[in-house]
Design a protein around this ligand. Sequence first.
Ligand code: BG6
Length: 489
Amino acid sequence: MTSRFPEDFLWGGATAANQYEGGYLSGGKTLAVADVFTGGDVNTTRKISYITEDGEVGLADQYEGVPEGAKAHVIPDQYYPSHVATDFYNHWKEDIKLFAEMGLKAYRFSLNWTRVCPNGLKEVNEEGLQFYHDVIDELLKYDIEPVITLNHFDMPAHLADEYDGWASREVIDFFLFFSETVYTEFKDKVKYWMTFNEINILRGYSKLGLHSTDEQTLYQAKHHIFVASAKAVQLGKEINPDFEIGMMVCYLLNYPNDSKPENVLASLQYNRDLEFYMDVQVHGEYPHYKLKEFERKGIEIKMEDGDLDTLKAGTVDYIGFSYYMTSVSDVHSDEGYVRGNQLEVQQNPHLETSDWGWAIDPLGLRIALSKIYDRYRIPLFVVENGLGAYDEKDEDGNINDDYRISYLQKHIDAMGDAIELDGVELIGYTPWGHIDIVSAGTGEMEKRYGLIYVDLDNDGNGDMHREKKKSFGWYKKVIETNGEDLSNN
Ligand code: BG6
């Protein structure tokens, strides 16, 4: 059987440190903003806990800022899922063995900034570096290619509270110190890197460490991130010219709800909001439509001499993106809004949804791949995709997650078509949370993406043991046949 996928296609899995690792204050790690995120469930919004200068404790919506002067604060007796998460910190050997058994060729994960550099400052915690050395060595032992995201929703609490996070230009240098440290340390072991996870949806105190939420502050912070990312690309290439360094967006493709030109325009504008991030990081410049928007809104980005040259010189090698759902634009209706992947979106009436209301749209992945490749012509990497679902055991104690297999099957098939029929250059696929981890959006455990089950519930009860779900064996076969046998039998 000939495969539609390239011979060296990176079949993998993906996780993020604050949703998987745990050990939040172990081995020299210090507090991150992610460590003051409360848990939640499908109906409740996650909160972040803080303490004000007057000693008052409060909870803020995860997408908002916290009051000026307030600091990240752990409330005793409050449950914080990141503190233990699904405990990769103590299970890494066992987990990597399972990844190898599944046949993974790549594993995308992020590093905890405050494990490597306490408080995000310019010092190195050798114990933290050693932990990642051990993890990477173990992956290499099984020929699993490490794919590292430098920053996945990770803000050192100290930098948020003392510097106002990415609102401050000084944070660029702290980030570069961290990047240089890990690049240098792992330069002979790791080839694939990504700078910032889902750069387009970062906002608020939780992701950016911001205390105010106005657009001026947000775009200034984003400018600092663009500069940090472009400098990190250049720095990486100096350290090892063979590095492949990519960017990462949350690709929330939007369609017009119908052929009314005003809906087509609204959808074009919606999509531009994410294309903006690729335009800057792939083309190396602020696009015309964004500059006009800044002008209209009176947003003025403070730049230093050389920033625009930096953006031009630090363009990325590939585009990594997450793909979970699509939405529609209908300017004539306020109906059908649901809470989607970090954002409120208008639901497509023609699509089925997950238990969390996320539209399931495999064909949309082929459309997404074509749209991105047509515009940028650099390799693409689907670094997140998957179905968050409630898993239940049958009477024999097995998890027969045929719904998850069906989801992955259709999305892999769509990728095959994008490669074979549309000529898209796709280098890999790392489905999200291939082992159960904490949900980023809701902070719960019961929204499971894994092909490997972890025994833990929304309140932190469970013995953490690992079990293979039915999808484990199915994905193993998919990898063995290089994506050609997608059947579920
Ligand atoms: C992406 C993030 O937004 O979607 C992940 O990069 C996240 O961190 C994933 O976990 C799925 O979202 P959720 O809210 O279901 O965990």
